[in-house]
Design a protein around this ligand. Structure first.
Ligand SMILES: Nc1ncnc2c1ncn2[C@@H]1O[C@H](COP(=O)(O)OP(=O)(O)OP(=O)(O)O)[C@@H](O)[C@H]1O
Length: 211
């Protein structure tokens, strides 16, 4: 586990939509653990992630605390929160190569970018893919590049919004193992939004239900 690892704490988080209560969450996610958030469509799962990451729309009002270790996350602008996001679409930049997408994740001053990119590609079984156009990769390969781009950006916590829902069954199992293994290894606390109970089982952590 990485020494800088910290727990993610959601303390009495309450979100209202147009004056009506939408959700209430009180939970702590230890470094390397995944908290799975389930619940019917419209119960506020994506809204909770938006609140933590810093892009909640003004139609919502929120109360409560979000902390990463001792840091009060809500006081920080979104770009300083150190919260990484992974969605069901890989959202790779189409104008950049695979290597360019991975370099985008690296902090500006990071030394030996090429070596880090090569190592990251090797870790996801895509050694030699650096110059490839992301559009020529399969869905599963793109998902792996998106994961590594996220991890190279050295987030302090990770939010996953149905990250496996577009993958077929075999690939889904492979990605679960890769994603949860990498998060555990990096000692990052994570929230996983999913409708799939097998995702929750593979995540292996606490489960909360909204709605
Ligand atoms: N920008 C917005 N303005 C007003 N209402 C919104 C906005 N975005 C979402 N909502 C509403 O907020 C509620 C929560 O939406 P949210 O997307 O968080 O649910 P969800 O649990 O993630 O749903 P799903 O499983 O379908 O993705 C819903 O009633 C939705 O219609």
């Amino acid at each position: 586990m990485n020494n800088a690892a910290n727990a993610l704490t959601l303390e009495q988080v309450r979100i209202h939509l147009a004056g009506r209560p939408l959700l209430h969450v009180d939970a702590t996610v230890a470094p390397g653990d995944v908290l799975t958030v389930m619940g019917p469509s419209g119960s506020g799962k994506s809204t909770l992630l938006a609140f933590i990451a810093g892009f909640l729309q003004s139609t919502f009002t929120a109360q409560g605390q979000v902390r990463l270790g001792d840091t009060d996350v809500l006081r920080l602008p979104a770009e300083q929160r150190g919260v990484g996001l992974l969605f069901q679409d890989p959202l790779l930049f189409p104008h950049l190569s695979v290597g360019g997408n991975l370099r985008f994740g690296l902090p500006h001053r990071s030394p030996q970018k090429s070596a880090q990119v090569a190592k990251a590609l090797d870790q996801i079984g895509l050694a030699g893919f650096e110059a490839r156009d992301p559009a020529t990769l399969s869905g599963g390969q793109q998902a792996r590049v998106a994961l590594m781009r996220l991890l190279l950006s050295q987030p302090r916590a990770v939010l996953l919004d149905e990250p496996f829902s577009k993958l077929d069954t075999a690939l889904r199992q492979e990605m679960r193992t890769l994603v949860f293994g990498q998060l555990r290894e990096a000692g990052l606390p994570a929230l996983l939004v999913t409708h799939d109970e097998d995702d929750a089982t593979a995540a292996g952590g606490q489960i909360i239900a909204l709605g």
